[in-house]
Write a protein that binds this ligand. Structure first.
Ligand code: SF4
Length: 363
């Protein structure tokens, strides 16, 4: 068995470790790139949302590298996510690829479904070992998210933000090589130490912006033109709650235990959107309001072209902005979006937030 899966932000880190530790051959596709996008676009229906195209492109890259087993999430989502696995499988078979597809339906039995899914992938590994593997994979995810949040915090506060980005870009490979809790602890400490070695800028007074929107658009640097690094270089601190470790905690544990999650966010969004329309629409609205109360300077909202849940959120955001006086920049991303136009819009938004802050200071 030669296993591959979509690269998907940092999700490849724990997946590759857990699979390799079990002695199963793992083919990590290359990071999402122009090549991934063009393969996905070539084989996808034109109207389908961008995450589908990128995941499909990654599968083709993995299959071309010799993989024969694809891992994917499935589920009865209200939006097109519910069809992703089946449609991708059909497209790839029609294109002549031979493989087995193993899917993980996280909304069905949550953590139990994950364990059953890994049992299929990892073959004769015992249940206690699988439980330990899941725990270790989740620890890796948490470490990756902590290191990424540190990078968000530090970039606008140091002399050389690019140095922080350089260190962060090594984190995935280094954390993926940590196979024991002790190694994971060591590699995290080393990376934190490297971050701390970058001199701080004593005059830094960063703007604070929340990055919200469709999960894949905010976590995948290729598709959002590495907006977190871009903002950090402009002296802006990015806060992003969407992450795989939060996702795992919410969907694999809270839901499995029948505990409600995200009540604060849902309550904040309720006057504008009181029901779940799938995707991250409720989070986009609720977090915009909560961040305004926390004194954020603005919100950047990223959505893929034709994404129904985020289009709903986008149509409500002007009312939220007016009621709560927080600037919001919504950007629709698709394969046609050029970097130059995107950078110009981000620069203009940062300028607007800067002027607004000065205006507030002088009363
Ligand atoms: S949330 Fe939007 S982009 Fe994501 S799968 Fe659903 S429709 Fe597609």
């Amino acid at each position: 068995m030669k296993v591959t899966f979509p690269h998907a932000g940092q999700a490849w880190v724990p997946l590759s470790t857990v699979i390799a530790k079990a002695g199963v051959e793992c083919i990590v596709p290359p990071p999402v790139s122009k090549q991934t996008l063009s393969l996905g676009v070539k084989h996808s229906p034109e109207w389908v949302c961008l995450p589908f195209k990128l995941n499909l492109g990654n599968f083709i890259e993995g299959l071309e590298m010799g993989a024969d087993t694809l891992l994917y999430v499935a589920g009865p989502g209200l939006c097109r996510l519910g069809y992703y696995a089946k449609v991708s499988e059909q497209i790839l078979r029609d294109a002549g690829y031979h493989f087995e597809m193993l899917t993980f339906d996280w909304q069905d039995k949550q953590i139990v479904a994950l364990a059953e899914f890994l049992k299929k992938v990892l073959g004769n590994r015992s249940w206690p070992r699988i439980v330990a593997d899941i725990k270790f994979g989740l620890d890796q995810l948490r470490v990756m998210d902590e290191l990424e949040r540190m990078a968000h915090h530090l970039r606008p506060r140091v002399d050389k933000p690019s140095r922080i980005t350089d260190i962060w870009r090594t984190a995935g490979q280094r954390v993926a090589k940590a196979w024991t809790p002790a190694e994971l602890k060591k590699v995290k400490a080393e990376i934190v130490e490297e971050y701390r070695s970058v001199p701080l800028n004593p005059d830094a007074d960063p703007l604070k912006v929340a990055l919200l929107g469709e999960f894949f658009m905010v976590i995948e640097p290729f598709v959002n033109h590495d907006v977190e690094d871009m903002l950090g270089q402009m002296g802006v601190e990015v806060v992003r709650h969407a992450s795989f470790s939060d996702w795992a905690w919410t969907w694999l544990f809270m839901e499995a235990l029948g505990l409600s999650h995200g009540q604060k966010v849902k309550k904040a969004a309720a006057p504008y959107l009181s029901r779940d329309v799938s995707g991250d629409a409720v989070q986009t609205l609720g977090e915009t309001i909560l961040h305004q109360k926390e004194g954020f300077d603005g919100v950047i909202h990223l959505l893929p072209f034709t994404c129904m849940p985020e289009i709903i959120a986008q149509s409500i955001l002007p009312k939220v902005t007016k009621d709560h006086e927080i600037p919001v920049l919504s950007v629709v991303l698709d394969e046609q979006m050029g970097r130059a136009g995107f950078v110009t819009r981000i620069e203009a938004f940062v300028d607007l937030m800067q002027r607004r802050r000065v205006r507030k200071k002088v009363g």
